[in-house]
Ligand binder design. Structure first.
Ligand SMILES: Nc1nc2c(c(=O)[nH]1)N[C@H]1C(S)=C(S)[C@@H](COP(=O)(O)O)O[C@H]1N2
Ligand SMILES: [Mo]
Length: 323
């Protein structure tokens, strides 16, 4: 007799959370880690190293430290939610249409060019990025400037490790990122409203911060196309638009680079885009957010909970001017 299995019972996040439950009941849970995460006062990012093979085949790492929430205490959204409500304007401005349209994106082979003001420019194949850098897990809240958020268990590696290989020259002050641009598979590029390709930037010290991640997976699997496969940036203390997807180029530059959203509406979207409940968007309040999957709004926290880690980067700056 066939035993019916509901699809929800075989989804990857079910296995993922089971694995974590297993680790937890096996008694490997770090109590200190859990408490500091829930209080939002941990001084170091929530990380643990997983082998790069875990991207394809999740495995139980015995020594894995376990945190099951983001820094503000929220558990991860489901894979279903994370991969079906997406901003990826290259495909569509309709968040619920992106998942289907993005399936046409070709992500193999993939290479990231690292250049500009560096001593060691180079082009890195995606497979090499996976094998050359330990893949860590980071549970981050992605807070969109539109007033919603999602908690996502990423895997990836800190951007500073790649930048260290490239060896920035002393006149490099900013990092510029560029997304792939393929007119055959990205229908959104037909819009003349935006300046394609999608491009973003960080100040070098922001880029070098250990929280700044190049994500290569989520829920222990390869990134879904709609989430920015095969490699995307995640800057957890900034609004989601800084977290540029499907990166093909990283360039060290001397001047603050223009960005896709500052070009589209400079009065509404700034270069810094730090999550800040005290600085409203011109058309709506930023004091609260709705976590996708929940009906209630919760207060937005400055720097998305990472003020202790990143506040010093903005010492002396007026964040309502440098929004
Ligand atoms: N290339 C590219 N990157 C992008 C976007 C985009 O339209 N194109 N949207 C940004 C915005 S506004 C958000 S909120 C996040 C959404 O990421 P997610 O779909 O993985 O949740 O991606 C960011 N990165
Ligand atoms: Mo966003």
């Amino acid at each position: 007799m066939a035993i019916p299995i509901r699809s929800s019972e075989i989804t990857p996040e079910h296995h993922y959370l089971n694995r974590r439950q297993f680790i937890r009941t096996a008694g490997i849970l770090s109590i200190g880690g859990l408490v500091t995460a829930a209080c939002g006062t941990t001084a170091s990012p929530i990380t643990n190293t997983v082998s790069s093979t875990a991207i394809i085949q999740p495995t139980v790492a015995a020594a894995e430290a376990v945190t099951t929430t983001d820094i503000l205490g929220a558990p991860p959204n489901t894979l279903e939610q994370i991969s079906n409500y997406n901003n990826f304007y290259e495909f569509s401005t309709d968040k619920e249409e992106v998942a289907t349209l993005a399936q046409s994106m070709v992500t193999t082979p993939w290479a990231v060019e690292v250049g500009g003001l560096v001593n060691n420019p180079g082009t890195f194949g995606f497979e090499d990025l996976l094998s050359d850098f330990d893949q860590e897990e980071r549970i981050y809240r992605l807070r969109c400037v539109e007033g919603w958020s999602m908690v996502i268990p990423w895997t990836g590696f800190p951007l500073h490790k790649l930048l260290a290989k490239a060896d920035p020259k002393s006149d490099a002050k900013y990092v510029r990122f560029v997304t792939a641009m393929d007119r055959d598979t990205m229908p959104g590029l037909a819009s003349f409203v935006y300046s394609w390709p999608y491009h973003e930037g960080l100040r070098l010290d922001e880029a070098m911060h250990d929280l700044t991640l190049l994500a290569t997976g989520l829920y222990g699997q390869a990134l879904p196309n709609q989430n920015g496969a095969p490699i995307r940036l995640v800057v957890p203390w900034k609004y989601g638009y800084k977290s540029i997807k499907s990166i093909v180029k990283i360039e060290l530059v001397a001047e603050q680079p223009k960005t896709f959203w500052t070009a589209a509406a400079p009065a509404e979207y700034g270069f810094f885009a730090n999550v800040n409940p005290e600085v409203d968007h011109p058309r709506w309040s930023q004091s609260s957010e709705r976590i996708i999957g929940s009906l209630q709004r919760v207060p937005t926290v400055k720097f998305n909970g990472y003020e202790e880690e990143v506040g010093h980067l903005y010492a002396g700056m007026d964040l309502s001017v440098n929004y």
